[in-house]
Write a protein that binds this ligand. Structure first.
Ligand SMILES: CC(C)(COP(=O)(O)OP(=O)(O)OC[C@H]1O[C@@H](n2cnc3c(N)ncnc32)[C@H](O)[C@@H]1OP(=O)(O)O)[C@@H](O)C(=O)NCCC(=O)NCCS
Length: 329
């Protein structure tokens, strides 16, 4: 009988990280062959500090005769999204079709319902893959499609990042905390993220405030994650566009793209290219050991996908978001 127990991710021991690395590497070989083989650091970063922007993180490990055979990583978004839980459940390829994932989900669902959540979504289900079959069998429906794009620095042509800053704007950059004189305008600009297509996902982009910006900065700081931001500022000092990346010390080879947004009134001038190009030049010059940047984008967001291609990103996979009620699981 599979034994499913919660784990405080921040207290994971070295041997738990080793076991998780073995599990995650085996899953990647079978289910995500298009992705780079995970290093132990990448697995540790995934186990300990994944998806912090999606809210509080809960973890469960599933063991069969003492051996780690599966896991569930759950995020509990805050603000206006406190009825939804976002899940990633994996099972070792050698141990599939014995009901392990279904049992993990049953245990997880008990806690999620106690925590007041009514719906569960999975955001990383490969189209036509094992997760698609499993979630369909369990009554999930597909609510969105996304793509993962990766830029490999070794294969990239840096001249693609030289897009000029359009007239009337200047770029301002910072590491970690937004400067006091821009934070209010920056929070306002982040609301443009609500224009990013989320399909029929139950998740909504909740309103940004200075309080939310400062709260999220504190979460990243407490988890040792460095965030680099570049904003485009108008002549009157308003933030018109922004881009942020995350550097996780646990996985220094891989930069993760976070928010990119240009306010509707400022679109069509090339600010997206200018911001993201400037970011690539900055991180390339100021960080050692960086090999890749990863970014996930809604499949319907063709403009962002195209900007990324022009910067040198390759689209490596397509994946779905799926959703169902927690009741009945
Ligand atoms: C998806 C995954 C977690 C399923 O784990 P599992 O322990 O094999 O799943 P279960 O044994 O609980 O499957 C229960 C039912 O789901 C369906 N199912 C499971 N895997 C399936 C597949 N590959 N194709 C079609 N249906 C599938 C079947 O109806 C199965 O019942 P059956 O074996 O009696 O036919 C596992 O394949 C995995 O780790 N995949 C990669 C990661 C992933 O995609 N996770 C889901 C995203 S959250």
């Amino acid at each position: 009988m599979v034994d499913v127990r919660p784990l405080d991710g921040r207290r994971a021991t070295d041997s738990e990280i080793d076991e998780y690395h073995e599990l995650w590497s085996a899953v990647c070989r079978v289910d995500y062959p298009e992705l780079p083989v995970p290093t132990r650091a990448a697995s540790a970063a995934g186990l300990l500090t994944s998806q912090l922007h999606l809210g509080e993180r809960l973890l469960w490990l599933a063991r069969l005769d003492g051996r780690l055979v599966g896991s569930a990583s759950i995020n509990l978004p805050a603000d206006d999204n406190d009825r939804i839980a976002i899940a990633r459940i994996i099972v070792h390829p050698d141990q599939r079709r014995q009901g392990i994932a279904t049992e993990i989900l049953r245990v997880v669902a008990l806690t999620l319902r106690e925590r007041g959540r009514t719906h569960i979504e999975g955001w990383d289900v490969t189209e036509g893959g094992t997760g698609a079959g499993w979630t369909r069998a369990l009554g999930f429906r597909v609510v969105n499609a996304s793509v993962l794009q990766i830029l490999e620095f070794a294969e990239s042509d840096p001249s693609r990042w030289d897009a000029a800053v359009p007239a009337g704007y200047r770029l301002v950059r910072w590491v970690d905390a937004a400067p006091d004189d821009l934070v209010e305008s920056y929070a306002k600009a982040l609301n443009a993220m609500a224009d990013a297509p989320l399909g029929e996902s139950g998740l909504t982009e909740s309103a940004w405030s200075v309080e939310r910006v400062r709260r999220e900065e504190a979460v990243y700081r407490d988890n040792g994650i460095t965030r680099w931001t570049i904003v485009a500022v108008t002549g009157s000092g308003e933030v018109a566009g922004l881009t942020t990346v995350q550097l996780r010390p646990l996985n220094p080879e891989r930069l993760v793209q976070a928010e990119t947004a240009v306010l509707a009134a400022h679109r069509g001038h090339g600010l997206g290219m200018a911001l993201k190009g400037a970011m690539l030049r900055w991180v390339r010059a100021d960080t050692g050991g960086l090999k890749q940047v990863w970014t996930g984008t809604g499949a319907a967001n063709t403009h962002m996908i195209d900007v990324n291609h022009r910067l040198g990103y390759r689209t490596v996979r397509r994946f779905s978001a799926v959703s169902r009620e927690l009741a009945g699981l």
